[in-house]
Design a protein around this ligand. Structure first.
Ligand code: BGC
Length: 762
């Protein structure tokens, strides 16, 4: 009975718009972007290389260069002697290095290879260009709050322009791991909790980094990481195991990777975690069957930092040789930092444990990419000391950083229209560890940026007000420790002021790799500062600094105005001041839900309904919620206020039914009843009421950012097709089932907005 029902529905999918989409010209174009051509030169080289030289092309190491300002972000690796590294390169034991420092270092190494090595295969220079090179843009999660993928394409392109000027061919970015547990520290590097939003940003970033021609010395190769499902580490504990259904993996976690590859990314990084018992780095299904077989990926895969060797501690490989064999046979072409491929691949081939043809295949992939990057034509094409300086922190790039920073800010709350603040006739006390000083602006995962060249909050505020003398600055507390007498000074400053701006939150080192936290709150000494300052009773604006969604408490949560400002990079202070004083009206939306309490994690809006949903309003016993709090977010995904007064009305559907091969238009009117201009992000969500696999309470399917002058109305209109209604069915295949669907156009994932419904008919 059940089977008949499913197969009838599955058939509907096959005939419907999903199939049409799969065959669409747009998709074909995107696929063409990811094509690799192997020049004859590459095959010729492979014929002449020794096994050791082949293994060398598959071994990447952290740079050992000590001259320069690159920050070391990982435990120091083996190659701590630069002269030895140059020698290794000249003797063909290295394919390239990462996180080195600039054109001068690259020139020394590349020259050694081009003059001294037998095969003269240029090195590739890689780096973690995560949110900028010298000009630092907002952390990736913040930028997703703009709900403007085109902005991310532009900042990625600007980062590529600076970094490629400094000799960098390849960035370990974008990180596209869906992150639904705020305890995990690495959510800051990615695209938030939603697969659609994350996918759009993944694709945009790839296009920005790579441009349309990889040979361009203004672009670089992108790397989709961490493949796969790294963001689903159990309990948000970094490096932890992942165990999940194939359906959830495909429907949620795999989406942004796929989007990045479809946009043309030609390298991928294996994730540290295991999936369902098998480490990604040794996972043949993941790296070969899915990635290459099903998705047609033609680039190369690199392990993460010592990820191959870590399969020993994880209990999957016996020793280094076994780890190299398992990773390589799974489909990981290149090893990062462990040295295992260099040390073991030649012996593994000689013993017959690894076929030489497979070794050749991986070398071919790597050399083909070096060729596509133009390195065989000119190994020095991105290495130019003058250009490195000439491209660094140009006014236009800083202007883009300011634009990106202000678009990343989310206005969480604005009671009594406290914001924007007047620019004159007010005494302003800026209080908190983030009030002044540049040390913490640029945030986590920056290798080449300089906090010292960023604008701090106090400087931004003083530049924005008419009388800079009316602004006082008081630290009040350190990030995690009290300052002796700090609270007293802060309270005194608040008493003297008309308005308090409380700049509190997380330090840059509190999110990012290995920064899992059980308490996703404002640290206790700053919370105490907030309580004391709030008790003075002055109008208070909380300006949060953070790398994750936080659970706000007490006086912080109760403040009349709250801005989520993440880590905004070089133009931190300027951008926040732009929003505080109304030079720019906030337009950002949360890419991750702020829970009521840390213990709700993982909390995400697209959760399942359960058989006992708690109705809105009072908490009912034996209905789904944690003790004392609703089963919702304090500030849900998609939430963000403007300086206008936005109203949603008049939901209209072009038809009450959608045919299996048809579509419907869903539209609504959005009006700004306020006296200030606003940019609103209208979001379209659906819910499949009854299905053979239960469906999330809501799923984002589209959004649009519109500008509304005071008093202006606009109609936003979206087209839905059966492809938007698809899910992975009982047999883990895309399926669309007839039936009733709810649809909302709303200002967030948990607000009512305007609501309607339609039927999909067979
Ligand atoms: C991180 C990667 C990064 C690599 C190289 C690893 O620890 O997980 O995201 O690209 O180091 O720096």
């Amino acid at each position: 009975m059940l089977d008949t029902r499913i197969s009838r529905r599955a058939a509907l999918m096959g005939a419907g718009a999903v199939a049409a989409w799969l065959a669409s010209p747009a998709r074909a174009l995107l696929a063409a972007a990811g094509k690799v051509e192997t020049p004859a030169l590459v095959n010729d080289l492979i014929r002449r290389m020794t096994l050791e030289e082949k293994a060398g092309q598959l071994q990447l190491m952290a740079s050992a260069w000590g001259g320069g300002a690159a920050l070391s972000l990982n435990p120091p690796g083996n190659g701590s002697d630069f002269q030895q590294q140059v020698k290794d390169s000249a003797e063909g034991r290295l394919t390239g290095v990462f996180n080195g420092n600039g054109a001068r270092m690259a020139r020394i190494m590349q020259s050694a290879v081009m003059t001294g090595s037998r095969m003269k295969i240029p090195l590739i220079f890689a780096a973690d260009i995560i949110h900028g090179h010298r000009t630092i843009f907002p952390v990736p999660l913040a930028e997703v709050a703009s709900f403007e993928p085109e902005l991310a394409r532009r900042t990625a392109e600007a980062a590529a322009f600076e970094a490629s000027g400094a000799g960098i061919d390849w960035t370990f970015s974008p990180m596209v791991d869906v992150a639904r547990d705020q305890r995990w520290g690495r959510g800051v590097e990615g695209g938030g909790e939603d697969p659609l939003l994350g996918s759009l940003f993944a694709a945009a970033r790839v296009r920005g980094f790579q441009g349309t021609d990889l040979r361009s010395n203004e672009h670089m190769l992108a790397c989709i990481k961490h493949f796969a499902a790294y963001g689903a580490a159990e309990s948000g504990l970094d490096y932890n195991a992942v165990d999940m259904s194939m359906r959830r993996l495909r429907e949620v976690y795999l989406q942004p990777y796929k989007a990045g590859f479809d946009a043309g990314a030609l390298s991928a990084m294996a994730s540290f975690n295991e999936i369902n018992g098998v480490p990604s780095t040794g996972n043949h299904w993941l790296m070969t069957e899915l990635l290459r077989g099903e998705w047609g990926f033609q680039g190369f895969v690199v392990s993460d930092y010592t990820g191959d060797e870590e399969m020993i501690a994880a209990g999957y490989a016996k020793d280094g040789r076994d780890a190299a064999r398992l990773a390589f046979l799974a489909g990981v072409d290149m090893s990062m930092q462990s040295g295992l491929y260099r040390d073991h691949l030649p012996g593994l081939v000689r013993s017959g444990a690894v076929p030489e043809a497979q070794l050749d295949q991986s070398v071919r992939r790597v050399l083909a990419l070096k060729a596509m990057l133009g390195l065989f034509d000119d190994p020095f094409r991105r290495i130019d000391e003058k250009r490195e300086q000439a491209r660094s922190m140009l006014p236009a790039t800083r202007a883009l950083a300011r634009e990106a920073a202000r678009k990343s800010i989310v206005l969480l709350k604005n009671e009594g229209d406290l914001l924007p603040l007047p620019r004159s006739k007010r005494r302003i006390a800026v209080i908190g560890p983030f009030a002044a000083g540049t040390a913490r602006n640029i945030g986590p995962w920056v290798v080449y940026g300089d906090n010292g060249r960023s604008v701090d909050l106090a400087t931004g505020i003083r530049a924005a007000v008419e009388n800079p003398g009316s602004v006082t600055v008081t630290e009040g507390s350190n990030v995690e420790d009290p300052v002796p007498g700090g609270i007293e000074q802060a309270v005194a400053a608040a008493r003297q002021a008309d308005i308090v701006i409380l700049a509190i939150g997380e330090d840059a080192g509190m999110s990012g790799e290995a920064q899992s936290r059980t308490e996703i709150v404002v640290p206790e000494p700053q919370q105490a500062l907030a309580e004391a300052v709030a008790a003075v009773g002055k109008p208070m604006v909380v300006v949060l600094r953070h790398g994750r969604a936080l659970a706000l408490e007490g006086a912080v949560a109760d403040a009349p105005a709250i801005l989520a400002t993440w880590f905004l990079g070089t133009e931190t202070g300027t951008a926040i001041a732009d929003v505080l004083f109304g030079a720019y009206g906030p337009s950002g939306r949360l890419p991750a839900s702020f829970p009521w309490k840390p213990g709700q994690e993982p909390y995400y809006y697209a959760h399942k309904p359960t058989g006992r949903p708690n109705p809105p309003g009072e908490l009912q016993s034996y209905k789904t919620h944690f003790h004392g709090i609703p089963n919702s977010a304090r500030y849900p995904f998609g939430h963000g206020l403007t300086y206008g007064k936005i109203e949603y009305s008049g939901l209209a559907l072009s038809s009450p039914t959608m045919a299996a091969n048809g579509s419907i238009q869903v539209s609504a009117t959005i009006t700004n009843r306020g006296s200030r201009a606003a940019e609103e992000v209208a979001q379209l969500y659906i819910h499949d009421r009854v299905a053979s696999i239960t469906r999330p309470v809501r799923e984002l399917k589209a959004f649009r950012k519109i500008a509304l002058a005071p008093g202006q109305s606009q109609t936003v209109s979206f087209t839905l097709t059966p492809a938007d209604l698809a899910f992975y069915g009982l047999r883990d295949r895309p399926t669309v089932e007839p039936g009733a669907f709810d649809v909302w156009i709303a200002p967030s994932a948990e607000s009512d907005g305007v609501h309607g419904s339609f039927d999909l008919i067979a």
